[in-house]
Each structure stands twice: as C-alpha cells, then as structure tokens.
Design a protein around this ligand. Sequence first.
Ligand SMILES: NC(=O)c1ccc[n+]([C@@H]2O[C@H](COP(=O)([O-])OP(=O)(O)OC[C@H]3O[C@@H](n4cnc5c(N)ncnc54)[C@H](OP(=O)(O)O)[C@@H]3O)[C@@H](O)[C@H]2O)c1
Length: 289
Amino acid sequence: MPLEKLIAARAPCDISIDSPPGWPADALERMYTVGRSMPVFSLKGRVGLVTGASRGIGRAIATELAGAGARLALHGRRVTPELRILARSLSGSAGPSRAFGGDLSNPAAVKRLLRQVGRWSPRLDFVVANAGVYAGTPSPEVTESEWDEMLGINLRGSFRTAQWALPLLRRSTHAAVVLVSSILAARASPGGIPYQSSKAGVEQMGRALAVELAPRIRVNVVAPGFIRTDMNRSGHEDPTFRRQVEMATPLARWGEAEDIAPAVRFLLSDEASWITGSVLLIDGGLGLE
Ligand SMILES: NC(=O)c1ccc[n+]([C@@H]2O[C@H](COP(=O)([O-])OP(=O)(O)OC[C@H]3O[C@@H](n4cnc5c(N)ncnc54)[C@H](OP(=O)(O)O)[C@@H]3O)[C@@H](O)[C@H]2O)c1
C-alpha cells in the first residue's frame, strides 16, 4: 500500500509525502509500520519512586508508569491496606512493586523513606515528587503552622525526596526526576499564598536541579490546572465554582488525574532524553487567559 494511503487510513490529514528517489518501493511503508509498532514511552525494566501515590494524581501516575513496564516504590503518608493492595495490583512482569510510608513534613522521615527504598532497590531510574497539600486561606488568617506545613511538605519535602534519592538515581543510566507544581506557581490567585509560594519554589527548584544534575540526571516539572481530586473536592462539588472553572478553561472541563499521568510517563521516557528543566503546564488552556 502506498505510504500516503497508509497514513490516510491511520490518521487522516491533508499532507502527502513523496517517496525519495532511489528508495525501494516499500521502504517508507516498512519504516512507518515498524515505527508505529514499536512501544513508545516505554519504561520497561525501570524502577522508580512515586510520592503521594495513595490517591489522586499520584495514584494515576503510578498506574500509568506501571502500565509502561516500571516497577514502583509507592509512597503514601502511611502504609495502609489500600496502598499495599495498589502495590500488589501494579506488580507486573517487571517484578513486585512495594508500598512505603513517610510523613514528608518531617525531614527525618523522608531520609528514612529513601533509606528503605534503597534497601528495596539500590538503583532508581526515576523519582516523581508528587505528594502535596493545599490550603486557600486568606493572608490575614495564615498561621505559622499552615505556612510551615505548605512549605515543609510541598517545597522542602520535594527537595529532600530528590536530594536523598540522588545516590540511587546516580546508579541509573536513564535517571529522571519529575516534580509536581501547579498552575498557581505562575498564575496569581487570592488566598493560599503559602501554597502558591511553595509551588513557585518547586518550579525554580526544578530548573536549578536540572542544571546542577545535568548531564546524568534530567529534571522536569509538570504544572496541573484544576484536577478533580480530594485536594479540591469542595471546589468541584460546588456547582457555581465548578461552572466558573469550566467557563474559564478553553478546553471547557476540569482535568482528571489521568490527564496528568501520560505527560509524566513521556518526561521519564527515553523519548524525552533531551528535555530537562522544562515546566509543562497541563491545564486545558486555563493559564493562557
Ligand atoms: N488537584 C489539583 O487540582 C492540583 C492542581 C495543581 C497541582 N496539584 C498538585 O498535585 C499533587 C497531587 O495532588 P492531588 O490532587 O492528587 O492531591 P490529593 O488527592 O489530596 O493527594 C495528595 C497525596 O499527597 C500525599 N501527602 C499529603 N501530605 C503528605 C505528607 N505530609 N506526607 C506524605 N504524603 C503526603 C497524600 O498521602 P495520604 O493519602 O497518605 O494522605 C496523597 O497521596 C500535589 O502536589 C498538588 O499540589 C494538584
């Protein structure tokens, strides 16, 4: 079948491609077919840690990465029966995944977590620092403990996770880190200043780590818009606010945790091997306006 017909049959478009002169008649067709049948964004044989994997975006990321062939250390604040079940269900041909606990607001607990992960697997190919907390408190009411909690978990917790994972990442030849920021790192909103400050810090931390750890370890950031998870349940369960977000979002809906996961898979894969220090906004276009 001519290449143009093959392409038209799979992905309709209005371009046509001429076969280069002198090439065997079926060369492009074979190249195209082989290209399409090779697994893309594969993480086969890779081992990684996902923090905050017990729920929401982290759970969706873990499911996606396991589907790409990775073996996972799944982290939650505590090791619950649900987290253990998730680890069992995501254990595939790559070997058993495992549940780990640790309160990321406590640096000693983060260190302990990475020590335990290191005993489970002395090499990590990737780390996804996803765990986080949110509060939208107006500035006059922000307490010392709320400030410490937001910055302690979102910013310091992500840094300590990456920092103490370094000896394990350095044993990999494909090492990559993805940090999870937020649309609110760059788009200002009233209330929740500690959260917004922590996520702005995460983005700069991603860029600075990318430079410091290059060329052996890539570091990128994903910045989600409004995603329907427990974190903003009160927002998407409020019909007025839900509608406001839909109307302000060019792609006209709230995001799902599964909208974030494939981008993380891509950034960890070899197809992204020349991408580091980037911040990928995944927000249905909300940040454009
Ligand atoms: N949802 C959104 O609209 C949105 C938008 C932009 C950015 N984000 C970011 O995306 C990430 C995931 O958010 P999500 O919506 O999936 O939130 P979520 O459903 O509330 O889940 C939060 C996750 O973080 C873990 N976690 C929270 N505090 C922790 C602590 N002190 N120590 C250890 N783990 C802790 C939780 O573990 P436990 O289950 O054990 O508590 C849970 O796994 C966060 O960094 C968030 O800031 C979310």
